[in-house]
Each structure stands twice: as C-alpha cells, then as structure tokens.
Design a protein around this ligand. Sequence first.
Ligand code: MG
Length: 270
Amino acid sequence: MKIRTLLGSILIMSALAAAGQPKVIAHRGYWDCDGSAQNSLRSLAKADSIGCYASEFDVWMTPDGVVMVNHDPTINGVEIQNTPSQTVLLEKLSNGETIPTLDQYLEAATKMPGMRLVCELKTHDSRQRESAAIKKILETVRKYGLESRTDYITFSRDGFHEFIKKAPKGTAVYYLSGDFVPEQIKHHKGRGIDYSIKTMRKHPEWIKQCHDLGLEVNVWTVNKPEDMVWCIEQGVDYITTNDPEGLQKIISELPETKATEKKAKKQKKQ
Ligand code: MG
C-alpha cells in the first residue's frame, strides 16, 4: 500500500511539473542540424522527430497566388511577392531542397499528427496582397484538414486583425510586434502575445498580466541557456527557439520553480 501511495505521489508530481513547463516551438523548423535548412520540409520533419510541441514557419505569396514557405522576402535574390511562382520554384534552399510551397509543407504536416504548426504571415507590400495571402493560407490549411492544429502569428497589425476575423472561431492568433499591451490583445480577441525576449525582459510584468486576462505568452527567439531558464522561471507558456533540443534538455533538468508550481496548481484547479 505504501509503495502504491508513493508511486501515486510521484505520478501526480510528474503531471504537475509537466503542466507547468513551457512548450517548445522550433523556430523555422529544426534547421540547425545535419541535412536541414530553415523552413525546409526537412526542418519540419526534424522538429517532429524530436517531439517539438510545434514548428514555426514563414510565408509569402507570389503575384499568381502561390504561398511559399521562406523567411526572407527574397530567395537567392528573387523577390517572392513580385515574381511568378514558376520562377520562384526554380530556387533551392541551402540543403538542396526546392523552396517549399505551403501546399507541400502542409501535406507533409498531415503525416505528423502529434505536432502543431505556427504559421507566420510576413508583412507584404500592400494590404491587398496581405489580405489575398490570408485568404489563400486559410483555404489551404482547411484543404489539408489542419485548422485545429494551426496557429497564426504576424508582425502586421492589419494581418493580426484579419486572421482573428476570418480564421475559424477558436483559432489562436498571436501578435509579434510588441506594441500592444496585454489589455489591447485581449480587447482585439488575440490568443496572446508572441514577443521577443528583448521585449519580455523589459516587460516581465506582461506575463502575469496576460495570464490574469486568460491570455498566453510565447517568447522568441530564445537561444541562450540563461534566457531559456529566465523564461521557464517566469512561467511563460511557449518558447520559440533555434535550439529545440537544448531547450528540451534544460526543461527536463530544471527543478520546479515557484512560477511553474503556481501555474501547475492553477491549471489543476481549472
Ligand atoms: Mg517567423
């Protein structure tokens, strides 16, 4: 009986610790490893293979309406939003893959049911282009049946509002620019803030404010171990990083902190 009680306590403690830990999001996929490249299909598969909670990627749309996965506005000097898709599709990533379309990316993701997707709309040249891109992105995500596991993030204030308005009810949309305080995010019906580590170090009080308002907190791009530890201690919900394996290791080795204990207790009550 005593052993069963002890085992029970251990299980409960493990569950509490798990509930209080931030979730790991691979920034532009897991690209800093053999054979990978930022925003490649390989980086998506690598993020899934190490058990990331989610994989983040960036999108641009060509003038003929093909959404491409790439961080920069250009690839090998070719400007994606001003070049026909057939020309853009001649370009290769640093690992030899052809630049992926959103279709290819999402099709691959359908085979990774355990991982969420964080789609970043890059800020296009005009509102019209951005709006057309949002329409196409939402249609494509729906086509692959990925609406329930795709979140949206953007630096574009207009894009943020439009995703909230047009994505299915309950879709998580986060704002990246750092110039909305938590009350404003709540007012505009965002899921939470997704701000840089620099911004969050300046405004650690926003973490509690978000949680008190029922919002979530994601922090990017957290690559230094000391910043990872700080985020964990502050009780953020998600950490976006170029080093997902390093972060997983730190999370697994850290003792429970006051913030995670408090958060876990709160989640248990709900
Ligand atoms: Mg991004």
